[in-house]
Design a protein around this ligand. Sequence first.
Ligand code: ADP
Ligand code: MG
Ligand code: ZN
Length: 480
Amino acid sequence: MSKEDYETIIGLEVHCELSTKTKIFCSCPTEFGAAPNTHTCPICMGMPGTLPVLNEKVVEYAVKAGLATNCEISRNSKNDRKNYFYPDLPKAYQISQFDQPLCEHGYVEIDKEDGSKKKIRLTRIHIEEDAGKLNHDEFGGGSLVDLNRAGVPLIEIVSEPDLRSSEEVDKYLKKLKSIFEYIEVSDCKMQEGSLRADVNVSVRKKGETKLGTRTEMKNMNSFRSITRAIEYEVERQIDVIEDGGVIEQETLRWDEVSGKTFSMRDKEDAQDYRYFPDPDLVAIKLSEEYIQKVKESLPELPESRKQRYLNDYKLSEKDANLITSSKYLSDLFEEASKICNNPKAVNNWIISDISRILNETEMEPIEIPFDSKQLGKLVILIDNGTISSSIGKKVLIELFENPRDPEEIIKEKGWIQISDEGAIKEVVLKILKANPQSVADYKGGKDKALGFLVGQAMKETKGQANPKMLNQMFIEELKK
Ligand code: ADP
Ligand code: MG
Ligand code: ZN
């Protein structure tokens, strides 16, 4: 049998750090990047005899995440201890949720290539604490523990095994990321580990209804690695089965450099963790009013914004997807459009030049240095003929390099568009005189020659001549 005879099955456990100011069970700050072990206290260092107190904001953020992903919110839930030993976990147990998670039975929708939608079901979303971080090999080959991250609140989003390819996984993760950014429960910075996924992969022969044995790749935090790792792992599993072998259920580590997965350990079962209710924490009981209040506090979600862009602004599906994929881009689009009253133009700037620069510089939308006022103003200056769109592109580059009022930029650089009839005529005559061959071509019926002449005039004026006026003036003069 060949690769085409197999189906890929993927389920994700996504960990997302919540952006509360303080940790889940103590008042230490959650901020990333502090000196090691400075954001710690006896509680998050796991000293015996200390008592955790649940941070209310964590519950609120998790309920928001649940509501935004169509989950049912449990009225009764609790915290459990998940026992295991690891050097970054001084208590030797992680406080998590076992059989009564805060949110259950949700789904998010992804867009398929053919334009249809696919629901990816969420089994559950629960709250838990993050562990510390081990820094390996930095100090003479040993490992040191940094407990700043211990006790940072997480939500874990567990999906059903509904994903069928690395493309679907990519879409699903991007969708989750954008939802959490919109509802402002996490900054979702993958390079800082705020969003990371355990990727469970299995394969089965097409037509088979039973799931195959899965392997799990832990703690993946880049879209690119996740795609590569899935593709590698699927092929590896098929090869094993085709060679008459069986897949072992195990935890794997993806190695970015070799592009391979390696076995870390056999998979634990739930009973290995010996879960039990944490006796130090009270049960979490949520009232209808509370859930209703959180519901009302939710902002507009990407899907609804997208529909609005399709209906009100007549954007294409592709453009609306790109813009709403990031809350920041979407805000930029809406605010700049309001300022210049030309959403089509703002859309074009975002999907073409701005996106290209973001890609080239590997910048996240949130890092765009200019604001919606400046972008709106740029569009106005083009629309009212002060500058041409080719000068506009130069202004945009300035906005990325040293953001300021576009009007100031063009004054400073002397980039005002030449719309003075006399000046335009002077350039046109000069270019006609210098290019007799093109003139003859045009008169002989070659319309293309006009484009060449306009191009020459643009060059002559360093892109500052009003292109519409140039065109008209050339046509007029060539008639003579
Ligand atoms: P744990 O890894 O904590 O033991 P679960 O049993 O809850 O957890 O499953 C974890 C994830 O593995 C879920 O996202 C689920 O969809 C996925 N999963 C379960 N079985 C398979 C399978 N056969 N193939 C791929 N994914 C699977
Ligand atoms: Mg798992
Ligand atoms: Zn603490």
